[in-house]
Design a protein around this ligand. Structure first.
Ligand code: NAD
Ligand code: GLY
Length: 369
């Protein structure tokens, strides 16, 4: 039976939408009564998620749409690219999908980001719904309208801001998630503490074990608080002209790790985990936080099952390799790398830092360093 445990709103004027958190949601026709009307619905998913949940979703949508099709993509960050995106367009065109067709993203952040970008650009924009099935996508990527694919030279470099009409977080879907992926999601949960809410950080210190064991009520609370913070930030700065950048705490180093290791070798959340430790050390060296805070954050990341040290990207000049990747980060301005740093626990600031200091941090925070 479907049960909505929490309902969070994101206030974006005419682009506002609800985020529903609960159980039994994706197989319930009632979950979709407010979705845009159309003749066709298309579920975009991947080879891992399709056998688990696509049939149930298809049956639920059949009550609302005359035709419900599936596009099943290959699984993995390495497929978040032009060629795979084009498979969505091929299918939409081959099946005569018009500009009212509603796309349903069923999967993790990769599927959500790609489906959102496809929806933003197919016939200059069709409606889409996010049904995130990983913890990471429930607490972060499905909310806020960032859609993208990767470029070999940089992560999420090609994309658009495009909001979904509804986000449906079905906690039941997390039951099949591998433990490593659950931990990766916890990185994006943890980040909300240092940037916005240290009471939530303390709560996470008390509940991280229950989260890893998938205690239902604890998970629901973590998803709810994460989404509330994200909605609060995005509601003030939808297109990242300022405040929204704080959501990228740990991501500048993390994206360098992901790109430098080859997409898919380190999970996004793993890069963010080690990246938050590096950003915390940089904050400490700049006199913004003390050693105690860095230790607390490092311990929580470790207890979440995440790496706390970065990998070596180049045995000759590791710091140089990180810096080269970080210069193509979207926050960089004229080659000047902008870091999200912690300016006292619970408050983030976006600023640059001297290369020499960044090199020191990378050397101190990487495996074997
Ligand atoms: P993912 O989409 O690759 O999913 C992780 C793995 O879990 C995949 O193999 C997937 O097939 C599998 N999976 C998904 N749901 C499952 C389930 N219920 N049971 C079993 N397996 C399941 O990775 P992710 O961590 O969800 O998302 C990472 C992506 O999100 C990155 O590309 C990142 O850039 C992006 N992201 C975007 C935003 C944003 O604001 N748009 C924010 C954070 C991250
Ligand atoms: N995950 C960062 C953002 O949505 O802005």
């Amino acid at each position: 039976m479907a049960e909505i445990l929490h309902r969070v709103g994101i206030d974006l004027g005419e682009r506002s939408y609800p985020i529903l958190i609960g159980t039994g949601l994706l197989q319930a026709a009632a979950s979709f009564t407010t979705c845009p009307k159309a003749a066709q619905a298309v579920i975009v998913t991947n080879t891992t998620v399709a056998p688990l949940y696509a049939a149930a979703l298809q049956a639920a949508l059949a009550g609302h749409y005359a035709q419900v099709r599936q596009v099943v993509l290959p699984d993995g960050e390495a497929f978040k690219d032009w060629a795979t995106l084009n498979q969505i367009f091929d299918s939409l065109l081959e099946n005569g999908c018009d500009r009212k067709t509603v796309l349903f993203a069923l999967g993790g952040g990769v599927i959500g980001d790609m489906t959102g970008f496809a929806a933003a650009s197919y016939m200059r924009g069709v409606p889409f719904v996010q049904i995130p099935t990983t913890l990471l996508s429930q607490v972060d990527s499905s909310v806020g309208g960032k859609t993208a694919i990767n470029h070999p030279k940089g992560k999420n470099m090609i994309g658009a801001f495009y909001q979904p009409r509804l986000v449906l977080c079905d906690l039941d879907s997390l039951a099949t998630l591998p433990a490593r992926e659950l931990s990766a999601g916890l990185a994006e949960v943890i980040k909300y503490g240092p940037i916005a809410d240290m009471a939530f950080f303390t709560w996470l210190e008390q509940h991280v074990d229950a989260l890893r064991q998938q205690d239902r009520a604890t998970l629901a609370q973590a998803v709810k608080r994460s989404v509330e913070i994200k909605a609060w930030v995005v509601g003030q700065d939808e297109k990242e002209s300022g405040l929204r950048a704080i959501l990228n705490f740990g991501h500048t180093f993390g994206h360098a790790i992901e790109a430098g290791m080859g997409y898919g070798n380190w999970l996004h959340g793993e890069g963010v985990g080690a990246g938050m430790v590096m950003a915390a050390h940089l904050s400490q060296r700049l006199g913004l936080v003390d050693a105690h805070f860095v230790q607390r954050l490092t311990q929580l990341i470790d207890r979440a099952g995440l790496p706390t040290r970065g990998p070596v990207l180049d045995t000759q000049d590791n710091a140089g390799a990180y810096l080269a990747h970080m210069r193509v980060d979207k926050k960089a301005e004229a080659g000047d790398i902008r870091f999200v740093l912690i300016d006292g626990p619970g408050k983030a600031v976006v600023r640059s830092a001297p290369d020499a200091l960044v090199r020191e941090v990378i050397n101190a925070c990487c495996a074997g360093g």
